[in-house]
Design a protein around this ligand. Structure first.
Ligand SMILES: [Zn+2]
Length: 440
């Protein structure tokens, strides 16, 4: 067998629907692609010259997909907490961003977020922020995969003084990165409450022209639903459907306050839902009806949202908490079993981002985005059922190796493409005295 890397010695969870775990399994990689998945003994025997990465008897599975983030907001971790969304956004986050988020600080925040994400097993992200070309260039250097969108809001943003400028920058982004091997460029109107109907339609037309993802926040809070219903006479989901902007390329973050009719609309247009359980809980927004979405066959994945509203990018923590919340809310321990949660964390997220043909499961022909989870800590012994272990016991600190596009980015828990100590020093320095500076 022609392959140059074998990730071996673990229980392989392929996340292929219906497939059983492969004990003592391996994933064989040639260049950027998976060429075989099966028993480790067979694959190693078939490719004696290949480098072998030892999963240490742990779990080998597809990298986690974080379907909604604002990477550079990692520099605003803990900047404003315990506030409702609109106060948080209008009084704290938006004014601070306009001062803080130059292209250089966005690049620094993106590196910090990428470091945290990789060490938490995340191999693919969806970013909606500003200075998107710097985000893509930064992710390319590091090796992290993603959908990366330039945001449009009706007021000035850190990168664009007007929505017209944002539309121009978005078009440039879509042209420049059209065939990028790791990152998919996208457009991101911020939300139905911060972008007018005319601009929402222009955004959809631009996304349609390039076949690009259309990323937005949708039905996040009760306040949003009341405002849009009062102004438009329909729910935020129905309003976007009425404008004709929803499609199978829509990535709708949150969808917390949705009616059964809204779920029908999301299903009809094949909209992908990026659910952010911790951010929704922390901002007091509520709990998205993810079990009902799954039941209706919607595309659903998980996201952390930005580190300013989470306050970590530890996606595993988010989904573990969500798995418990769903059961508690439903008063039903069979609601959202571990395997379903694990699917949403991987292949489900890939479907939301329109990348399921490339990533999200371990299959020959797909890109080699693989994470190895160690099981050699007291909290990780024994492992009777691997999905339950992942969803109820594993921790981000158990992430041992991370491979993206066939490239090893984390080895034995250490970042291979970033100097972590230097990065942390730079991030501390950039944010030192930030609160005082912005208030002064
Ligand atoms: Zn968000």
């Amino acid at each position: 067998m022609d392959c140059d890397l074998i990730i071996a010695n673990g229980t392989v969870l392929t996340m292929v629907p219906g497939a059983a775990p492969i004990p003592a399994g391996a994933v064989a990689v040639r260049g950027t692609d998976i060429v075989a998945v099966g028993p480790a003994r067979d694959l190693i025997a078939a490719a004696p010259g290949a480098r072998v990465i030892d999963a240490g008897g742990g779990l080998i599975l597809p990298g986690f997909v974080n379907t909604h983030m604002h990477l550079a907001m990692s520099l605003m971790r803990g900047f404003a907490d315990d506030l409702p969304l609109m106060t948080w956004l209008e009084k704290h986050i938006w004014p601070a961003e306009r001062t803080l988020m130059t292209a250089d600080t966005v690049a620094l925040g993106t590196r910090l977020a990428a470091a945290e994400s990789l060490k938490a097993g995340v191999t693919c992200i969806c970013d909606m922020y500003f200075h998107a070309p710097r985000v893509i260039d930064t992710l390319t250097e590091i090796g992290l995969r993603g959908v990366v969108a330039e945001s449009l809001i009706d007021h000035p943003t850190p990168s664009c003084p007007t929505p017209e400028v944002a539309l121009t920058r978005q078009r440039e982004l879509l042209e420049r990165y059209a065939d990028h091997p790791l990152c998919v460029p996208a457009v991101a109107p911020h939300s139905p409450y911060s972008v007018c109907a005319a601009n929402l339609v222009k955004e959809a037309e631009l996304a349609d022209e390039f076949g690009a993802p259309f990323v937005t926040h949708l039905a996040e809070t009760r306040w949003e639903v009341e405002k849009i219903t009062a102004e438009k006479g329909m729910t935020p989901v129905a309003y976007l459907a009425d404008l004709g902007v929803l499609s199978e390329r829509t990535v709708a973050a949150h969808c917390v306050h949705v009616t059964p009719d809204d779920l029908d609309i999301l299903a009809e247009f094949e909209v992908g839902v990026a659910s952010n359980p911790v951010s929704n809980l922390k901002l007091g927004s509520g709990v998205a009806p993810v079990p009902q979405m799954v039941e209706r066959g919607l595309k659903v994945g998980f996201g952390t949202d930005g580190a300013a509203s989470n306050n970590t990018l530890d996606l595993l923590r988010d989904v573990q908490l969500a798995a418990l919340v769903y059961k508690g809310v439903a008063a039903d321990p069979t609601c959202m079993p571990a395997r379903t949660i694990a699917e949403l964390l991987t292949i489900g997220g890939a479907r939301v981002l329109g990348l399921a043909d490339k990533v999200g499961s371990l299959e020959p022909g797909k890109r080699a985005d693989v994470v190895c989870i160690g099981v050699d800590s007291p909290h990780a012994v024994p492992v009777f059922e691997p999905y339950a272990h992942l969803v109820y016991a594993a921790r981000a600190a158990d992430v041992r190796h991370v491979v993206v596009d066939g490239r090893v980015l984390v080895r034995d828990g250490e970042l291979e493409t970033l100097d972590e100590a230097a990065l942390l020093a730079e991030a501390r320095q950039a944010t030192n005295g930030l609160v005082e500076r912005l208030k002064g």
